[in-house]
Design a protein around this ligand. Structure first.
Ligand SMILES: Cc1cc2nc3c(=O)[nH]c(=O)nc-3n(C[C@H](O)[C@H](O)[C@H](O)COP(=O)(O)OP(=O)(O)OC[C@H]3O[C@@H](n4cnc5c(N)ncnc54)[C@H](O)[C@@H]3O)c2cc1C
Length: 364
């Protein structure tokens, strides 16, 4: 992991520094950081799990939004799966879809798991089950199989992020950066700057290259896309989505219905306005923004959340189902709230906490 633990004033204290120094700002981005500092904002250095030299030696592209297809980026496969598969008691079945989980007669345990792979249907009888199909599919599997839902909370409290992309254009700027994404702004993370409620986080996006711009604004001629991309810098603003029992995943026959009731939008609009004002003060004459709609549920979570009260939560604080002793849910479903930051490391941290409980359970 690379970063600087001292640069983000909103971070809780760390025991140790990151093992490697931050990924450096590219020159065009260093200049943008300086422009923001000049108008009183303190960007922080993003912690990043990327070996930048290895990544760039395999091609000059950004990494944001892509899995590690060519080595250099830490992701679930390179950091987790590869290590798991080095044990000879671990087997990975790919291209399989879990379709059923069945209880034992007294309902306290999951007795079997069924999956489909091609034309084959396989039933396993595991000692312990860790369900990690993501916030939508895990909830759907639990609902379809009538599991873990004594609280009535499975599928509820679906959260996503309130997120907007911002493009700050300045014809004098030449943005020749490749990866761009090295700093963020938490100036308004804990409060709006006037002791008001928190607004959220802003971070650089991976480069909005001409093709991405064209895909999002098809009416824009390609030459204009190329010009804007070369003279603009791209940001991502995220605000918390708050848990709401009526925001939910439901199953309707073979289909899944997603009802997302946005919350906290006043804070999000304020965050976007603050960032636009800041960028204009920093010399960007044109700043455009676009709110991500429900078709971009990339940070979904909350549909089987942890808690201390079995009447109100699906999972205990170790991510174990209150209803079934050998069932853990170890994905973003377990999150009780959706902080205004990218969720993957929190999802991983909760899964590691669950893994400790599982290790104890198995006596390993
Ligand atoms: C484009 C994009 C960019 C993102 N960028 C970032 C970022 O920069 N930082 C960050 O922190 N987060 C990022 N996220 C969010 C992050 O990827 C998710 O929050 C995280 O992956 C959620 O983890 P999860 O374990 O809940 O689900 P997932 O990672 O979605 O894992 C669920 C797995 O279960 C499998 N599955 C589902 N149903 C079944 C079934 N029935 N049977 C068998 N397998 C099944 C799926 O195929 C999948 O492999 C991004 C997401 C997207 C889409």
């Amino acid at each position: 992991m690379r970063g600087d633990v001292t640069s983000d004033a909103s971070e809780p204290p760390h025991e140790d520094a990151y093992p490697y120094p931050p990924v450096p700002d590219e020159p065009a981005i260093a200049a943008v950081r300086q422009r923001l500092e000049k108008v009183g904002v303190q960007p922080f250095t993003l912690p990043l799990g990327v070996d930048i030299d290895t990544w760039l030696s395999n091609g000059r592209d950004g990494w944001d939004g892509y899995p590690d297809i060519r080595s250099g980026k830490m992701d679930a496969e390179t950091c987790g799966l590869a290590a798991a598969l080095s044990h000879d008691n671990v087997r990975l079945v790919t291209g399989a879809q879990v379709t059923g989980l069945d209880r034992d007669p007294d309902g306290r345990r999951i007795a079997s798991v069924t999956y489909r792979k091609g034309s084959e249907t396989v039933t396993l009888t595991p000692r312990l089950v860790a369900l990690a199909a993501g916030a939508v599919q895990s909830a759907a599997l639990l609902l379809r199989n009538g599991l873990a839902n004594a609280s009535g909370q499975v599928g509820r409290n679906f959260m996503n992020h309130n997120a907007s992309a911002l493009i700050a254009y300045d014809p004098r700027l030449v943005n020749d950066s490749v990866y761009q994404k090295t700093f963020g702004i938490n100036e308004w993370y804990l409060s709006d700057g006037h002791n008001g409620p928190p607004l959220g986080n802003v971070q650089l996006l991976g480069r909005v290259v001409p093709k991405i711009l064209k895909a999002n604004v098809p009416a824009l001629p390609m030459a204009a896309c190329r010009h804007i991309s070369r003279h603009a810098v791209d940001f991502y603003a995220i605000s918390e989505d708050l848990p709401d029992p009526e925001s939910r995943v439901m199953v309707k026959g073979d289909d899944i219905q997603l009802i997302w009731r946005r919350s906290n939008m006043a804070a999000h609009h304020k965050l976007v306005e603050k960032m636009k004002k800041t960028l204009k003060a920093a010399g960007f004459p044109v700043v455009l923004s676009r709110l991500f709609d429900g078709r971009v549920p990339s940070h979904q979570c909350g549909t089987a959340h942890i808690g201390s009260d079995p009447a109100k939560a699906v999972l205990d604080p170790d991510c174990r189902s209150f209803d079934h002793d050998n069932l853990f849910v170890t994905d973003a479903s377990a999150l009780p709230t959706s902080a205004a930051v990218n969720p993957a490391l929190t999802v991983a941290a909760l899964a590691m906490k669950a893994a400790d409980a599982i290790r104890k359970e198995l006596g390993a």
